[in-house]
Design a protein around this ligand. Structure first.
Ligand code: PGA
Length: 254
């Protein structure tokens, strides 16, 4: 269980927030605050902000990601964006399977798997989200459910491709709710995910994979969560829209 084997990654999921001009301003505020980061810093703005985000982060240590991509290269999929489109723009990361996609847009473990494979085939780095609802936690099926989500999402993904996969454990009940998982709860489920990766790919891949926690992570609780042996970073929603708060979380990740 050696955290030094895997990069710490703090990623901001802006969700459906910020117009292009607002995005430019936010990135410009963020750049000086995170320039000395001891971890990988990623921001994931809405699709229409990607151009300005790429431009404003040029020559900085901030990487840019999208919040979703489709599994086909092109075609009759109104409203969707393909992995190759993102790749050609210069986008490096993509969030796949966020619980809001699963809840509001009919995303399933199967479509999450297809999108993951398409993104990896284009050479994008995937931030793959898994996590249980409050009802599932109360039923005592968190470990089994999260393991199953991980297994299905990674079906057909090779050990080599796992170098480009980050997993984000995001308990649905903790997202945007102000109810953060305790550091023990986060570490416990992250360890389940790592054990699942070990079964699928062996210990070396499991030890090398960054597993984030997400769900109401903020400037005040980040250090405690990130100090856990199996918590290698964070996927940050609300707090990623406030430069000082996001920078404080980045500073807490070493
Ligand atoms: P939150 O969102 O930090 O606002 O809880 C996290 C996420 O949904 O990725």
């Amino acid at each position: 269980m050696n955290k030094a084997l895997r990069p710490a990654v703090i990623a901001g999921n802006w969700k459906m927030n910020k117009t292009p001009s607002e995005a430019k301003k936010l990135v410009e505020e963020l750049v000086p605050l995170v320039k000395d980061a001891g971890c990988t810093v990623v921001i994931c703005p809405p699709f229409v902000d990607l151009s300005v985000a790429l431009e404003a982060t040029k020559g900085t240590n901030i990487k840019v990601g999208a919040q979703n991509c489709h599994y086909e290269k092109s075609g009759a999929f109104t409203g969707e964006v393909s992995a190759s489109m993102l790749k050609e723009m210069g986008v490096e990361y993509v969030i796949i399977g966020h619980s809001e996609r699963r809840t509001y847009f009919g995303e399933t473990d199967v479509t999450v798997n297809k999108r993951t494979k398409a993104a990896l085939a284009e050479g994008l780095k995937v931030i793959l989200c898994v996590g249980e609802t409050l009802e599932q936690r109360e039923q005592g099926i968190t470990a089994e459910l999260v393991a199953m989500q991980t297994i299905i999402a990674l079906n057909g993904v090779s050990a080599e491709e796992m170098k480009n996969v980050i997993i984000a454990y995001e308990p649905v009940w903790a997202i945007g709710s102000g109810k953060t998982a305790t550091s023990a709860q986060a570490n416990e489920v992250n360890a389940v995910i790592r054990a699942t990766l070990a079964k699928l790919y062996g210990e070396a891949v499991a030890d090398a994979t960054t597993i984030q926690y997400g769900g109401s992570m903020n400037a005040a609780n980040a250090a405690e969560l990130l100090s856990q042996p199996d918590v290698d970073g964070g996927l940050i929603g609300g707090a990623s829209l406030k430069p000082a708060d996001f920078a404080a979380i980045v500073a807490a990740a070493k």
